[in-house]
Design a protein around this ligand. Sequence first.
Ligand code: MEV
Length: 307
Amino acid sequence: MKASAPGKIILFGEHAVVYSRPALAVPVTQVHVDVEVVDSPRKGIWIHAPVIDLHAELTTLPSDHPVASVILKLFQFFDISQTPDLKIDISSTIPVAAGLGSGAAVSVALVRALAPHVAYPLTNRQVNELVYEIEKLHHGTPSGIDNTVITYNMPVYFIKGQPIETFKTGKPFTVVVGDTGVPALTIESVGDVRRLWLRDTNHFENIFNEIAQISLIARRSIESGKPELLGELMDHNHALLQEMTVSSPELDKLVTAAKDAGALGAKLSGGGRGGNMIALVEQARAESVASVLISAGAKRTIITEIG
Ligand code: MEV
């Protein structure tokens, strides 16, 4: 059984989404995780994930290992105690710890490939709920936006704990993703924001409210076919993320470089501190903005068309 899952970017609202404000995220299908599960003549469940240099039998891994925890959770879900002999191959083109949702994508693809092999296929809703449980094990207090956008493989307007809303794009638009190459753990930036929020709740609540407004206006602009309005909203959202201390010199450098190269707006995307930034560009300028980002230190870029 084979399954795959895309990467994702957050267009607006990261961090504020953890505090129940709306955020917008879209799948990035240029990068993906692919999983294949086959019966094996060898005893045990052998996992091969060359990108993270993992070649191991399930029982030799700690139960909180990102891959092992998915398998164990799924067996628990199906009440399977007698585990089958399997070979699981995981390959991925999603950079790790870069804000593109690689962890959630591994979990989604693994659940989708393994469930029908050991029992029966799960619905999107079941996959999403299961992967959210896994995300909570590894990310502390995740909003659930990553697993949702990756499971449904559709643009989402996400509010924690509320039914999933997708949105349509009135007119397609182009985004360049620039990766700082600096690995950053979302759990850390989310934890730092929580400490600052506890210390200065009013100030942070005001920032989150401003971001909520940005997400709302952004959704309307996208739906009404005016994506060019997103540029200014991205700049504003980035300034608020800087105020929340989750940007970094590398991210700010790429944001400035993109703007200087003619991007309509730019911001960090995801947990911050490292990982990715995104820039809204006219399609004809996408290649030149991408090459300016590389000159400014980006380790890789992805040009993605939304809508
Ligand atoms: C990470 O992709 C987005 C954050 O808002 C964390 C979350 O929503 O769980 C930083």
